[in-house]
Design a protein around this ligand. Structure first.
Ligand SMILES: Nc1ncnc2c1ncn2[C@@H]1O[C@H](COP(=O)(O)OP(=O)(O)OP(=O)(O)O)[C@@H](O)[C@H]1O
Ligand SMILES: [Mg+2]
Length: 222
């Protein structure tokens, strides 16, 4: 599902990705760990085609991203749900409108249908009753969970999580880990999770590692 072959990326003098290779099968989960600034977010941005490698290839579900124009990339991105590190929400939209943003845009559903789906996804991330709040009324952890509800709203084939549990209390963090596992087991979602939280890393990744001996992917510290 995801093939990263010999990817290099530099920003000016800073050589961030130095020949990264990573292969992830359909339905597999991989956890990426590494020090701050080691290039984890940069790697995720290559997977979704927001950054282009200086050298090397990124192939998603058999498609080489370098062959796609902006329209092709936008089409391919419909396969993805992404939880951004800073859970970037639209401040002028309510929680349910944020969660349903892509649904409304791509699925041509009525507001009522979008809101119903948004409420269901909010329930999965433990945010019952918060659909009408505005982002400014949320705590940091709540924002993160809204970001997660938005990432899963379109029932994507691939989920990319950039630090899904950072800043959450241990109980909520555990619930989010369970949700990531559930997404994989029930929906056969392929996922890449970046985390600093080793408990989370072991929980998300350990069952897969036992089955396939697939290691965590560890970014080299700069
Ligand atoms: N668009 C950009 N322009 C210039 N430099 C960038 C850009 N994006 C990332 N970098 C640099 O690339 C390096 C890796 O950044 P990245 O965000 O991938 O780190 P990270 O591993 O996700 O760290 P953290 O754990 O703190 O989130 C950093 O030195 C950063 O300054
Ligand atoms: Mg990062």
């Amino acid at each position: 599902m995801i093939e990263i072959i010999g990817v290099h990326k530099s920003f000016g003098e800073k050589h961030v990705l130095k020949g990264v290779n990573l292969y992830i099968d359909k339905g597999e989960s991989v956890v990426v760990i590494g020090g701050s600034g080691s290039g984890k977010t940069v790697l995720l941005r290559h997977i979704i085609g927001l950054l282009k490698p200086d050298k090397g290839t990124v192939i998603i579900d058999g498609v080489d991203l370098s062959m796609l124009d902006e329209d092709g990339l936008n089409e391919l991105r419909k396969k993805f749900g992404m939880l951004f590190q800073a859970a970037a929400l639209f401040d002028s939209m309510s929680v349910w409108e944020n969660v349903g943003f892509a649904l409304k845009r791509h699925k041509k559903l009525s507001d009522k249908a979008v809101k119903e789906i948004a409420i269901e996804k909010l329930r999965l991330v433990g945010l019952v009753g918060s659909e009408n709040l505005m982002p400014s009324e949320l705590s940091g952890g709540m924002r993160k969970r809204v970001g997660l509800a938005r990432a899963i709203a379109m029932e994507p084939e691939i989920l990319l999580y950039d630090e899904p549990t950072t800043g959450l209390d241990p109980i909520t963090a555990d619930a989010i880990n369970d949700l990531i596992i559930e997404m994989r087991e029930k929906l056969r979602v392929t996922s890449v999770a970046i985390t600093h939280d080793m408990k989370s890393a072991y929980k998300i990744e350990a069952p897969i590692r036992l089955q396939t001996k697939l290691p965590c992917f560890i970014m080299e510290r700069l």
